[in-house]
Ligand binder design. Structure first.
Ligand SMILES: Nc1nc2c(ncn2[C@@H]2O[C@H](COP(=O)(O)OP(=O)(O)OP(=O)(O)O)[C@@H](O)[C@H]2O)c(=O)[nH]1
Length: 507
């Protein structure tokens, strides 16, 4: 139990460390008021000390602030409290003691200062050294009213005695706020040249400016709170920490006329705010002046234009180079493809069409013949006794002979003919537009050209002959049937003694 107070309606309020218990003479038992989480109208904190009735309200000092509730009997929701806290001007939430003076004011001692509250105006004023207060920290429930109405509060550094009088008018200081030092680029300004509200500070080519300022009243300097704002430059006031010599600093201010607002807030029973305005005249640097700006702007535009032109030219040249490169690469690729196609369709040894290409050409000629009805004949040509030549003179001699025969036959081919190597030492000639008689006649010329051929190899003169089978496409016949017939005639030529042309079928 911390305190007992008998109120005007006869109820007894008992403040304890676990809330308030109320005893009414006409009712049995206690009504208990405690803090309830989530209920802002409940007691702010259970540790309660002082209970004071004043101005139709009951004031309860707690460790959660000063709580007040109407003294009239509670409504259906019970007592509902409003709270004044440290942030409202009490100095701390931790209320040590509360006393009412005979002028109807509440004096609230907290763990961090002493404040006076006027219920009529709702004003809270925090007392300081300027009001003659020597103590700062007050103990719990160490307060009493003296016989002449003086208020006594016990604190860590002694006893505070307050004699409340309605006409307390201590000597009021009207000390002004003034600039006490100025540093331009680190160089101090003589005292006589310090700026005032009527004497602007000229700033020519100054990078860094620092202005020290102070309230010219040196009682309880730590209580004074300072702030400043440069109109036209700062969006907000800059608050300075208590105890630090106040100063405002700026660097590289753009040219123009400014007003530096300085402000000092003095707390206490007679709290007041002092303000001063210092004009600053910053002359623009050479590049900030009108004409120079226009010239610089034009130069900038010209530079950007030049850069864009140069960049465009560079990009166009690069695009040209790339296009040229792409063209060169495409050409090389085309050539490579052509080479590949040639390689894919040409026989390496003889330089004639290879079998795959030969068959493709035969199919094309077959399609044309089918479509146009023009005759189509083929020759199957096989070198005679080629194995013996290989065996006698060697494989390379065989190759040379094969190449020689291919050249002779090629020399006798026409523009529309297609000559290819069908297999080992076997050649095929596709003759578009040639009937059997014409084909047989030209086969005979080829045979005789091979017979007359002499191939020099390793001091040897190689001679050889060839057998040829000729066949003309019959209506409706397929290519493999045509080849089979020509082949059959070739073998007949072989059977009949080689070195001859067989152009008709004799079984
Ligand atoms: N040097 C060489 N020989 C080849 C090539 N292709 C096939 N030959 C050879 O040609 C020979 C063909 O022999 P055969 O099929 O018995 O026929 P041939 O000896 O010509 O006798 P006939 O056709 O009956 O007159 C084989 O010995 C193959 O090795 C080649 O590209 N170069």
């Amino acid at each position: 139990m911390r305190n007992i107070a008998v109120l005007s309606d006869g109820s007894v309020w008992i403040a304890t460390s676990g809330g308030i218990s109320i005893l009414r003479p006409d009712a049995g038992g206690f009504e208990n008021l405690v803090h309830e989480d989530g209920n802002p109208g409940s007691l702010p904190q259970n540790y309660a000390g002082s209970v004071v009735e004043l101005g139709g309200r009951i004031w309860v000092g707690t460790y959660g602030g000063l709580a007040a509730t109407p003294a009239t009997p509670p409504g259906p929701h019970g007592y509902r409290f409003t709270v004044l806290r440290g942030s409202d001007g009490l100095g701390s939430d931790n209320v040590a003691s509360v006393l009412a003076d005979r002028l109807g004011r509440l004096w609230i001692a907290t763990a961090s200062g002493l404040a006076v509250y006027e219920p009529a105006t709702g004003r809270i004023r925090s007392l300081g050294a300027r009001d003659g207060l020597g103590a700062r920290f007050y103990n719990h429930r160490t307060a009493a009213l003296g016989p002449s109405g003086e208020l006594l509060f016990g604190g860590l550094s002694g006893l505070t005695v307050i004699e409340p009088t309605p006409q307390v008018r201590p000597r009021q200081s009207d000390a002004p706020l003034a600039v006490t030092a100025a540093l331009r680029d680190g160089k101090p300004l003589p005292y006589a040249a310090l700026p005032t509200a009527r004497r602007p500070l000229p700033l020519d080519n100054v990078h860094a400016l620092r202005l020290g300022f102070a309230l010219l009243d040196y009682t309880a300097t730590d209580d004074v709170r300072y702030r400043y704002r440069l109109e036209g430059f700062d969006a907000q006031w800059t608050e300075l920490e208590a105890g630090v010599p106040p100063s405002a600093a700026y660097t590289n201010l753009p040219g123009g006329n400014y007003r530096l607002w300085l402000r000092a807030d003095i707390p206490g029973l007679h709290a007041r705010t002092v303000q001063d305005v210092i004009p600053l005249e910053v002359r623009g640097r050479w590049y900030e002046r009108g004409g120079v700006r226009i010239v610089l702007g034009l130069l900038g535009v010209a530079l950007v234009y030049l850069l864009v032109r140069l960049r465009t030219r560079y990009l166009l040249a690069r695009a040209d180079r790339l296009a040229q490169l792409v063209q060169e690469r495409t050409h090389e690729l085309q050539e490579a493809n052509e080479r590949l196609n040639r390689l894919a369709s040409v026989d390496e040894l003889t330089g004639l069409l290879n079998r795959r290409e030969l068959m493709r050409q035969l199919e094309l000629a077959h399609e044309t013949a089918q479509r146009t009805g023009a005759p189509l004949s083929i020759l199957m040509l096989d070198l005679d006794a080629f194995k013996a030549l290989n065996d006698t003179h060697g494989h390379q001699a065989g190759d040379a002979a094969l190449r020689g025969a291919a050249q002779r036959v090629a020399a006798l081919c026409r523009r529309d003919d297609r000559l290819g190597r069908y297999g080992g030492e076997e050649l095929m000639v596709v003759m578009q537009g040639a009937d059997l008689a014409a084909a047989a006649q030209r086969a005979e010329a080829m045979r005789s050209a091979i017979e007359a051929m002499e191939v020099d190899h390793d001091d040897h003169c190689l001679r050889l002959t060839a057998s040829i089978g000729a066949a003309q496409l019959k209506p409706g016949e397929r290519t493999h049937e045509l080849i089979a017939r020509a082949d059959a005639r070739l073998y007949r030529a072989k059977r009949e003694g080689r070195n001859r042309v067989a152009a008709s079928h004799v079984s």
